[in-house]
Design a protein around this ligand. Sequence first.
Ligand code: ARG
Length: 277
Amino acid sequence: MTTLGFSRDLFPGGRWMVCRPRDYDVRYSINPWMNTAVVPDKALAAAQWGNLHHHLLRLGAWLEYVDHADGQPDMVFTANAGLVRGKDVVLSRFRHPERQGEERHFRAWFEANGFTVHTTRGSFEGEGDALFCGNRLFCGYGFRSEVEAHKEAAKILGVQDLVPVQLQDPRFYHLDTCFCPLNEAVALVYPGAFSSQDLATLGRCMELIRVPEHDALHFVCNAVVLGKNVVLPAGCPDTYGMLAQRGFTAYPVPLGEFIKAGGAAKCLSLKLEQAGG
Ligand code: ARG
């Protein structure tokens, strides 16, 4: 099936799924960032999301929208919808019952959009914990996704080169909160989230740009990479400088209302097709 509208040539930023916040909130706590006494400002969250959306479009992304279902306040974090490769998707199986209600909505969207939907036996939180870099899949386990589920997902998607790493710090509970491949040669990493052994494993795969803790705590690794352009949370000048030295342009966007739920730019987007080039 041809995707109506998307073309790699016209949209060099790739094809992504996003979810416009309609019922976004912090109504339960399933990670250390979420405090039900510190709820997001809904109007500000909508404005921050709108600004992120604007940046993705202007940097050449083609965006597709899943409707925000009522009563699923975390559904805006579409990185957790599943993991896509070609026309196949491994749907998320959320660890926490609070998010399990999202699964049928994401499934319906994928089916309606021509994807073949697969599932794992164990918990698996999609692109939040599994990041493609070329044909290699980096997988985080320990808090949300199970290592066995990653292996199942890799098998389903025909991935041979799997790099599993165990997440160590509950504040960085998904791989995309502490690791971000920029291309096949270089990645952003917050070293404190990994054991020294796993850090060495990552370092054998590519050059690591080690971000300081104060930037990691602003979710700087939770970045959307569109070629040489990187859309990432505001307030992290040290990391923007390191990116610039390697020829990347940082586009900082304020996302504080989403950090209250433990997510930022990358969590708010799911890659459906790679950028062109
Ligand atoms: N509140 C959500 C959760 O705890 C945030 C998800 C962030 N998503 C991500 N890909 N890191 O599940």
